[in-house]
Design a protein. Structure first.
Length: 497
């Protein structure tokens, strides 16, 4: 989640030393309109809220673009938009212009994040899908840990914003090369773009050192099924996100996973608020949150493939709900060390819930709607994350109600998670029909009836005897019971008694 990014501006102020100034003192490195203390303290959480609002809108809008124009096009276009917007943020003349540009920048970064996440998911086979996603999350955490150091080197938030924008521009140049970031062949084939899918598959095969003259990868064997799907040149077929509402299983899974992602990010403020009394206030909470995110990734790497997605999501949600209820009821009676331990545990489990919900959604949504569907899940996640700066704007008024609501939601989501399917080890669904088949497994396994018939030997004579016996049985049933004698005496004579 973009916690590290939405602190680019405010973190530079804090790390550079301006956040520790006295309340009545003006900032020496900024004009008066950038005064963020005392009566203007609400400007920092408002900027964070608008930035997260930009991420929310970007996930919704650019998710549609990913399904319509492709993952690569969505990624490159988002980075191309982010570069000039980043320059505009660095040169913003006033606070209002900064809010608008930061919101647009968040929308562009959301599109890049979503397109990259979906493309990475679709290029992996089922055994390596979890590990690739978690490795990407580790790189995200590494960026969060390096951000304060970069802010110390830059000293000024405008310079920091320019440095980050330069990195985005370099990434856009690299991503524009098809060899470095190819289009998802899974999306091309699912949308009936067979010729483009062939080219991408050939390029991937050649990049992996596979010669197309081999039997399996020859033209006759690799593309026979693709040729049989179309009579003549096929027309691309795209789907709208509104089609999710017309489904039953896909819509149910999307609602549940959006709800859990919303809870995972929204309830985190209930735990991070307990970190404020520990000095240094900025460094301790920031690095602790980043470290807890890394620990959550590591725990998921070690457990999810072993116990399954649904089981671990259920366990993390239960743990988050229990810790939240304990802090809600017993904070004033517990030692400070116990409160800190429970808060750290809650932060870790809530991170795991949010990350696993997004991965879960990517694995159960069909390819034709994976971009827009996952955009809805991420939008719900950022909506929950935006509750923290919204509470800061109002000086944490209503925090108790916020805590009660999210703790109740966490307990309620435990019941809904039981309705999810288990995607571990399964191929990604391609069409809406494939997504509708992803139903939850039975809660109680049906007992299989034991077959008491002896197995037949694998020879022709055994099967010939089986056919003969079957014909005799069917013939006796067709003659009916009226052909048999009706008296017991006749039965006895028939039986030889």
């Amino acid at each position: 989640m973009p916690r590290g990014h939405h602190h680019i501006w405010s973190s530079a102020e804090a790390v550079g030393g301006s956040a520790g100034q006295a309340c009545g003192r003006e900032l020496t490195a900024a004009p008066p309109q950038w005064d963020l203390v005392c009566s203007n303290h609400w400007k920092v959480p408002l900027e964070q809220t608008t930035y997260l609002l930009g991420w929310l809108c970007g996930c919704l809008l650019l998710g549609l673009a990913c399904d319509r124009f492709g993952r690569r096009a969505g990624f490159v276009c988002s980075l191309v938009l982010a570069a000039p917007l980043g320059v505009g943020v660095a040169l913003a003349p006033d606070y209002v212009m900064l809010l608008v540009l930061r919101m647009l920048l968040g929308a562009a970064l959301a599109g890049a994040f979503l397109a990259l996440y979906v493309a990475r998911l679709e290029l992996c086979d089922p055994p390596h899908r979890l590990m690739v996603v978690m490795v990407a999350n580790f790189f995200w955490v590494a960026g969060e840990l390096l951000l304060p150091g970069l802010a110390v080197l830059c000293q000024e938030w405008r310079v920091l914003q320019g440095a980050v924008t330069l990195l985005l521009a370099l990434l856009a140049v690299c991503a524009s090369c098809p060899l470095l970031f190819p289009e998802s062949p899974r999306w091309l084939l699912a949308t009936q773009q067979l010729e483009k899918g062939r080219k991408v598959l050939r390029r991937l095969a050649e990049g992996n050192g596979v010669t197309l003259e081999d039997d399996f990868y020859s033209r006759e064997h690799l593309f026979t099924e693709l040729d049989s799907l179309s009579e003549g040149p096929p027309l691309p077929r795209y789907h709208s996100v509104c089609e999710i509402v017309d489904t039953r299983v896909i819509w149910k899974n999307s609602l549940i996973l959006g709800f859990t992602a919303f809870i995972g990010n929204g309830i985190r403020h209930c735990f991070t608020r307990n970190l404020a009394p520990y000095p240094p206030r900025f460094y301790f909470s920031y690095f602790l949150l980043a470290a807890r995110e890394a620990v959550a990734c590591l725990c998921l790497c070690l457990t999810v493939d072993r116990f399954g997605r649904r089981a671990m999501l259920l366990l993390c949600t239960i743990l988050t709900g229990i810790v939240s209820l304990l802090l809600l009821a017993l904070t004033q009676y517990l030692l400070a060390s116990v409160v800190l331990t429970l808060s750290v545990l809650g932060i870790t489990s809530s991170h795991a819930v949010a990350m696993l919900s997004i991965l879960f959604a990517g694995e159960v949504l069909p390819t034709v709607l994976r971009g827009s569907g996952l955009g809805l899940i991420l939008a719900a996640s950022f909506m929950g994350q935006a509750t923290a700066p919204i509470m800061a704007i109002s000086n944490s008024r209503g925090f108790f109600l916020h805590h009660v609501v999210f703790a109740s939601f966490a307990i309620l989501s435990v019941l809904s998670i039981m309705l999810l399917p288990e995607p571990k080890g399964k191929a990604l669904p391609e069409s809406l029909e494939d997504g509708e088949r992803r139903r939850r497994p039975a809660l109680l396994r049906a007992s299989h009836r034991k077959d008491r018939l002896a197995p037949l030997q694998d020879d022709a004579q055994s099967y010939a005897r089986l056919v003969t016996a079957t014909k005799k049985l069917l013939g006796s049933r067709h003659r009916g019971p009226h052909l048999l004698p009706a008296t017991p005496r006749a039965y006895g004579s028939r039986l030889g008694t």
